[in-house]
Design a protein around this ligand. Structure first.
Ligand code: AMP
Length: 390
């Protein structure tokens, strides 16, 4: 690294979803200009970027404009094409590096890398065509999960297989398709946890507190911080997460997702080379947010000291939730509630399973934040008071 990219320079972001938008706000606050490249013209970050580029990633003239205007590049999710990131890297620094993007965007490559470095991962096998699924499932055993190796997110491209019948059904469904699938043992975990790790080019590192995540249908619903686990487990989890990012020699923000088993064992489920939905609480509950750390790490500035200022619980607003909590009486109620911080992503179309916003509840005591989050979840389940009546 040749020295920091100073404020006033332009930072490029591949991908313009809510993570890119939150990054843009953090980078703007530190005096940077932001170029966002996303093929979707409705991507939220495009509306607030200094240089919005809504062109396909294959567009050569868009590439020329983008690379010509930036001093450094990053990405807001791992499904951007590695070919673009590699081409950028020939002209400007890309952080985290393309070699890391390549490892992490394919579940098989990721798990193989982690297990070769002694990191405990869920037992798995790869199937390079649908015919090989039967063999992979036989090696792993039922129950298991079959996950598409690339491009899957929020539970998309995942199937739970509990018996031969479900396997036969999936084989029929996938017959003739090209691709790669990872078959993983289904773990009866006690908790899902995650840790944000920030690493600078010189190896300086910051770890955020351990958080506890609740998923529904493969999508993150709720994050609670600090996690309700004993201090030894929390330390073990954070040490493990730190070692994953060291093994990658990553520069940037990483989220390490973990499964905690009833006997105390920890398995790494997934690593993301970017800020994460389970780290959104850092915007309201920490001295330095995950997005500001991404700016600092990517631009080579000193990392920020991490302090949790308050217990917090984050609730995602998914799909239609936004019409109840982000509009009308629901909106008014949330805005009046002390300690509730509402974030709406401004996405134009509401679709089932789409992340539309989130609310972070802050309170002096973790239980109070939890109660407030539960009340919102309950209200979202029973939008019509007449439905809830006995
Ligand atoms: P992933 O996209 O791999 O993070 O999976 C989405 C969600 O599915 C996870 O957050 C878990 O709730 C669940 N899941 C994924 N892999 C497993 C597994 N091997 N065993 C049990 N649950 C899993």
């Amino acid at each position: 690294m040749t020295g920091p990219v100073e404020p006033g320079s332009t930072v490029g972001v591949l991908g313009g979803g809510q993570l890119g938008a939150m990054f843009t706000v953090a980078a703007r606050r530190l005096g940077y200009r932001i170029a966002v490249w996303d093929p979707d013209p409705d991507a939220p970050a495009l509306t607030i970027a200094d240089l919005p580029l809504s062109r396909p990633f294959e567009d050569a003239s868009a590439f020329t404009v983008f690379v010509g205007s930036i001093s450094v590049a990053t990405y807001e999710w791992e499904n951007v094409p590695v070919s673009v990131s590699e081409a950028l890297e020939r002209q400007v620094p890309v952080r985290p590096a393309s070699r890391i993007l390549k490892i992490l965007q394919n579940r098989f490559e990721q798990k193989s890398f982690l297990s070769s470095r002694g990191v405990p991962v869920t037992p798995f096998r790869v199937a390079s065509d649908p015919e090989a699924l039967t063999e992979a499932v036989a090696a792993v055993g039922f129950p298991c999960l079959c996950k598409i190796a690339t491009q899957g997110y929020d539970g998309k491209g995942q199937w739970r297989l509990s018996d031969q019948q479900s396997l036969d059904g999936l084989c029929r469904q996938l017959r003739g398709q090209k691709g790669q699938w990872v078959v993983e043992q289904f773990l009866a975990f006690e908790k899902e946890l995650s840790v944000l790790v920030v690493r600078a080019a010189e190896g300086d590192r910051r770890l955020y507190p351990l958080v506890e995540n609740i998923h529904e249908a493969g999508i993150l619903r709720t994050t609670r911080v600090p996690a309700e686990v004993d201090p030894r487990t929390a330390e073990k989890a954070r040490t493990l997460a730190g070692s994953v990012v060291e093994a990658l020699e990553g520069v940037g923000v990483f989220c390490v997702e973990l499964f905690l088993m009833p006997d105390g064992r920890l398995f790494v489920n997934e690593v993301a080379p970017r800020p994460h939905n389970s780290g959104h609480y850092t915007l309201d509950a920490c001295t330095v947010s995950q997005f500001e750390q991404q700016v600092r790490a990517v631009c080579g500035l000193p990392l920020g000291e991490v302090q949790l200022l308050s217990p917090a619980v984050m609730v995602n607003l998914i799909g239609d939730d936004v019409n109840r909590a982000g509009a009308g009486e629901g909106l008014a109620e949330l805005l009046r509630r002390p300690g509730a911080k509402l974030h709406l992503y401004g996405k134009k179309s509401v679709r089932p399973g789409r992340k539309m916003g989130h609310v972070t509840f802050l309170a002096e005591k973790p239980e109070a934040a939890w109660e407030a989050a539960l009340a919102l979840r309950q209200a979202l389940r029973n939008p019509d008071p007449h439905e809830a009546a006995p």
